[in-house]
Structure formats: C-alpha cells, structure tokens
Write a protein that binds this ligand. Structure first.
Ligand code: HEC
Ligand code: HEC
Length: 57
C-alpha cells in the first residue's frame, strides 16, 4: 500500500460484488457492512451509518 490517505484509489469492487447479494440483500463482499470494513480496518469500530453517507457514494 502506498501513501494513500483515504479510499480514493479503491474501486467499488473492493467492497461490492457486481451480482451476488449477501444475506442482508446488499451487493457487498461480506454479510454485513462492518465485516466489509474489517477486511482492512481490523479492530477499529467504525460507524458505518455515519461514514457511508455521501462520502463514498
Ligand atoms: C469502502 C467500501 C465501499 C466502497 C469503495 C464502495 N462502497 Fe458502496 N456501499 C458500501 C457499504 C458498506 C454499503 C452499505 C451501507 C449500508 O449498510 O446501508 C454500500 C452501499 C451502496 C449502495 C446502496 C445499495 C445497497 O446495496 O445497499 C450503492 C448503490 C453503492 N454502495 C454503490 C457503490 C459504487 C457505485 C461504488 C464505486 C463508485 C461504491 N459503492 C464503492 C461500501 C463501499
Ligand atoms: C480494501 C481495503 C479497505 C476497505 C474494505 C475499507 N477501507 Fe477504509 N481505508 C482504507 C485505506 C487504505 C485507508 C487510508 C489509510 C488509513 O487512513 O488507514 C482507509 C481510510 C478510511 C478512513 C479515514 C480516511 C477517510 O477517507 O476519511 C475511514 C473513515 C474509513 N477508511 C472507513 C471505512 C469504512 C466505514 C469501511 C467499510 C464500509 C472501510 N473503510 C472499508 C482501506 C479500506
């Protein structure tokens, strides 16, 4: 990983699948948003409901 300080270099597919829904019915690579973040942010508690509003979408 380089000197990246945010998600700008990431693609949608780092977090999303293109055609397979998880058990919440969302196109995410894991079964919950928290698990998606935990792929890279291990041990951090992130308030997905606040963070995901607007900034990445
Ligand atoms: C850092 C991880 C991440 C990246 C990168 C990301 N998303 Fe998401 N996206 C999420 C998460 C997590 C949710 C679900 C938020 C929630 O629980 O409501 C979401 C929700 C969505 C939704 C709402 C529909 C749904 O399935 O709930 C759309 C549409 C979406 N993303 C499109 C995109 C597109 C297009 C890109 C690329 C430009 C992108 N996302 C990049 C994590 C990401
Ligand atoms: C594919 C790996 C990856 C995933 C998945 C990921 N992140 Fe990140 N995230 C990074 C990297 C790399 C950085 C920049 C380095 C740092 O600050 O630790 C970052 C930085 C952040 C930051 C601080 C910088 C900013 O952009 O504001 C927040 C907040 C954040 N991520 C939230 C989330 C949330 C919420 C999710 C789940 C929806 C998520 N991340 C999923 C890799 C990821």
């Amino acid at each position: 990983m380089s000197a990246q300080t945010n998600h700008e270099g990431m693609t949608c597919l780092d977090c999303h699948t293109s055609n397979k829904e998880n058990k919440e019915g969302k196109l995410l690579v894991k079964d919950s948003s928290q698990e998606v973040c935990a792929k890279c942010h291990k041990g951090e508690t992130l308030d997905v409901d606040k963070i995901m509003v607007g900034e990445f979408h």
